[in-house]
Design a protein. Sequence first.
Length: 319
Amino acid sequence: MDISHYVNTLGKSLLAQYGERVHKVALNVGFTCPNRDGSKGHGGCTFCNNDSFTPKGRTIRPLANQLFAGSHAVRRITGARKLIAYFQAYTNTYADIERLRSLYEQALAHPDVVGIAIDTRPDCVPREVLELLCEFRDRGYDVWLELGLQSSFDSTLRRVNRGHGFAEYAETVQQARSMGLKVCTHLILGLPEENASHARTTLSKVLALGTDGLKLHPLHVVKATMLAHEWRMGQYQPLTQRDYIDQCVELISLTPPKIIFHRLTATASADILLTPAWCEHKWSVINGITQQLAQRGLSQGSALGMPWRKEADHVAIAV
Ligand code: SF4
């Protein structure tokens, strides 16, 4: 049983597009975040810990070294020879345009790199950045703009100190897609005071605006965060693995098959994870989602009356 029998995953989509496996290599090029340095806010999101990007005691290696090591590791572990350079840590559009151009160009100059994915906040994507990304797209590279929305509820975004609201996301996603850029939207399940109904509402608002990809992950509590303090004070309870799987399955069934799922869960390293413990085990979650989809006869889009097999004809190679 494979998740891609039920879900349009990024891996299968890239396999169809390139005729071979393509893998992301995560990069940390030393950006910071406007929600930490005071320009948008202080202290960062209540769940964010610096060490999840740069473990203590480790320095940030030059981009070329990261790509060299990443490409070898990916080739050894997965067999993939083509790469998407994934600018993941912090806010990867938070610099002047010439610095961004130089960093993205450096990544694209690597012979195995076929595209870039840029993780950022929705309130940090000026038009000149979108134009730069369009330039790379027009040169034939695969380009994804990954926007961290997390929730469509402004009250929740305030509660976790995101420093932006849904309106900024709406504006950026519309502008990016009107320029033909592919957008992947990041959502978190299990945010404080949210339940399955909030997750459904957020998904439906995201789908109504339009997106090309989705990333789902559970809220986990890591050390040295405000969320850790709230959890210790009994003010926050994370989802159980069962609840997370149930919510994921529901959201998958409510998502049209043409949308690509870039991720269905996320892990945190054992040295910083406080709770829930199941967030250490990615495959147990993926297998649980796959199993439930299979047992309930569900697949991506099935709750919308979009049968997977039928719709999958055009996605057939893509899944
Ligand atoms: S989660 Fe992202 S936006 Fe929030 S503080 Fe961390 S790096 Fe900044």
